[in-house]
Design a protein around this ligand. Structure first.
Ligand code: NZQ
Ligand code: ZN
Length: 385
C-alpha cells in the first residue's frame, strides 16, 4: 500500500426529508444565492418549489442559472460567472445531477479567478479559492456531490476535460429526489458508478487488501440493487443504496493508498466531446473492451475480480479463462440492465477514430494499469465499434 493523506471536507446530509437542512445553510453562507439547475426536471417533480419555498422563508435573494446541459457547456459556466459578479453572489446552490453540480463548481471557482475558467480544465492553472457551494443531488451517478472534480465541454474546440475545482461544502442526498430519474438515466448512472470503481480497482499497487474489499462490496451493492431500481423506480431502499454507492465510489475513500487508472474515462470524454453521448452509456461500451485490451498486465487482479465480484467458479479453468469470464460477466450485466454495448448503438462508426484517440491523449499517454498511447486508444475504440 502507498502512503496517503485522506481529506474530504464535504458534509453529507443523507435521507428522506433532509432538504430542511437548507435553512441553516442560508444562515451560515448568506442570503444572496446563485441557484443552478438543468433543463427543468426539478420543476416537474416539485423539488424546485420546495427549494424556493425554503429560500423564500429565509428572505433570500435568488438569481437563477437555469438550463445547464447534460455534459455542461463552457459557455453556460461563463454565464454563471458573470451572474456571480454582477449580482454579488455569496454562494452557489446546485440542484440536479452531475452536470449541474459540475457547472456550479466551475462557476464557484471561476467567479473568484481573474483569468479564464477554462485554464483549470486545460491544466494552465489550479484553483486556490472558490465561492462556497452546496448541492442537492437528484441522480445517483457521478460522485460529484462529494468530490472536487468537475467536467466541462468546450464546444468551440470540441474538448471535454475534467479539472480539479472545489469540494461542495455540503450535499443533501434524499433518495426520494431520484425516484423520477428516467430508466435510461438510471442505467447510465449505474454504469458510471461501477466504472468509477473499475478505474480504482484495476491497479498494480500491492497489498491493498481493505480497499479492494471496499471496492468489491460497492460493486456488489450496485449489482444487487440495479434491477430493483430500474424495475421499480420508487423503491426507496434500492434508490438509497445506489445513491450512497455512487457517492462512496468517487469521494476519494476507496483509493486511499492506491494508484488508480482513469484511462477509460479519458476515452469516454473524447467520444462525448464529439458525439455528445451520455457519459455512463459511453463507459458501458468502452470499459469491457479496455478490460480485454489490458487484462494481461495483471491477470491475477482480474481473477480476483471475477471470483469475488461475479462469483466465477475457477474450478478446472486457467487464470486467463477465469479473467475473461469475469470480463464477459461485466458485458453481460450491462446488456441485461439495458445499457448500450457498442458504439454503433449511438450510430458511431469508424469515421473519427484517429481524432478521438488524439483527443483522449492531449497531455500524453493515459492510464496506469497499462499506459495507453493514441494508437492503443484507437484499438480500444475499434474493438468498441
Ligand atoms: O437537466 P435536467 O432537466 O435536470 O435533466 C437531467 C438530464 O437530462 C436528468 N435528471 C437528473 N435528475 C433527474 C433527472 N430527470 C428526472 N428526475 C431527476 N431526479 O438526467 C439527465 C442527465 O443528467 P446529468 O446531470 O447530465 O447526469 P449525470 O449525473 O450522469 O452527470 C453526467 C456528467 O458528469 C460528468 C460527466 O462527464 C457528465 O458531463 N462526470 C463528472 C464527474 C465528477 N464531477 O466527479 C465524474 C464522472 O465520471 C463524470 O465524468
Ligand atoms: Zn464517470
Amino acid at each position: 500500500m502507498n502512503n496517503f493523506v485522506f481529506h474530504n471536507p464535504t458534509q453529507l446530509i443523507f435521507g428522506k426529508g433532509q432538504l430542511s437542512h437548507l435553512s441553516a445553510k442560508v444562515e451560515q453562507y448568506g442570503k444572496n444565492i446563485l441557484l443552478v439547475y438543468g433543463g427543468g426536471s426539478i420543476k416537474k417533480f416539485g423539488l424546485y418549489d420546495n427549494v424556493m419555498n425554503i429560500l423564500g422563508e429565509q428572505g433570500c435573494n435568488v438569481t437563477e442559472l437555469a438550463g445547464v446541459e447534460p455534459n455542461p457547456h463552457l459557455s453556460t459556466v461563463r454565464k454563471g460567472i458573470d451572474l456571480c459578479r454582477s449580482e454579488g453572489i455569496d454562494w452557489v446552490l446546485a440542484v440536479g445531477g452531475g452536470s449541474v453540480i459540475d457547472a456550479a463548481k466551475a462557476v464557484a471557482v471561476g467567479a473568484v479567478y481573474e483569468g479564464d475558467v477554462w485554464d483549470f480544465y486545460s491544466r494552465k492553472a489550479r484553483p486556490t479559492k472558490a465561492l462556497p457551494l452546496g448541492t442537492v443531488l437528484t441522480l445517483a451517478a457521478t460522485g460529484s456531490e462529494m468530490n472536487s472534480g468537475s467536467v466541462v465541454t468546450n464546444w468551440e474546440t470540441k474538448e471535454k476535460h475534467g479539472g480539479p475545482t472545489t469540494f461542495p461544502a455540503f450535499s443533501i442526498l434524499d433518495p426520494e429526489n431520484t425516484f423520477s430519474v428516467p430508466r435510461d438515466q438510471t442505467i447510465y448512472g449505474i454504469a458510471d458508478m461501477m466504472s468509477h470503481v473499475f478505474e480504482q480497482y484495476f491497479s498494480h499497487t500491492p497489498e491493498i487488501l481493505l480497499q479492494s474489499r471496499w471496492m468489491e462490496s460497492v460493486l456488489q451493492t450496485v449489482i444487487e440493487n440495479a434491477e430493483r431500481a430500474i424495475e421499480n423506480p420508487h423503491d426507496y431502499d434500492a434508490r438509497a443504496n445506489l445513491l450512497f454507492a455512487g457517492t462512496m465510489a468517487l469521494n476519494g475513500f476507496l483509493p486511499m493508498g492506491v494508484v488508480t487508472d482513469w484511462a477509460s474515462h479519458s476515452i469516454e470524454h473524447a467520444v462525448s466531446a464529439i458525439y455528445d453521448i451520455p457519459h455512463g452509456g459511453g463507459l458501458a461500451i468502452i470499459f469491457p473492451q479496455w478490460m480485454r485490451y489490458v487484462y494481461k498486465e495483471n491477470v491475477g487482479r482480474f481473477v480476483q475480480f471475477a471470483t469475488r465480484v461475479w462469483n466465477v467458479d475457477p474450478t478446472g479453468k486457467t487464470d486467463e479463462e477465469v479473467a475473461l469470464e469475469g470480463i464477459a460477466q461485466v458485458e453481460a450485466f450491462f446488456k441485461k440492465i439495458g445499457a448500450p454495448t457498442r458504439l454503433a448503438d449511438y450510430k458511431i462508426g469508424d469515421e473519427n477514430l484517429d481524432v478521438m484517440a488524439e483527443k483522449a491523449t492531449p497531455f500524453g499517454p493515459i492510464g496506469n494499469f497499462k499506459k495507453l498511447e493514441a494508437a492503443d486508444v484507437k484499438e480500444i475504440l475499434r474493438m468498441s465499434l
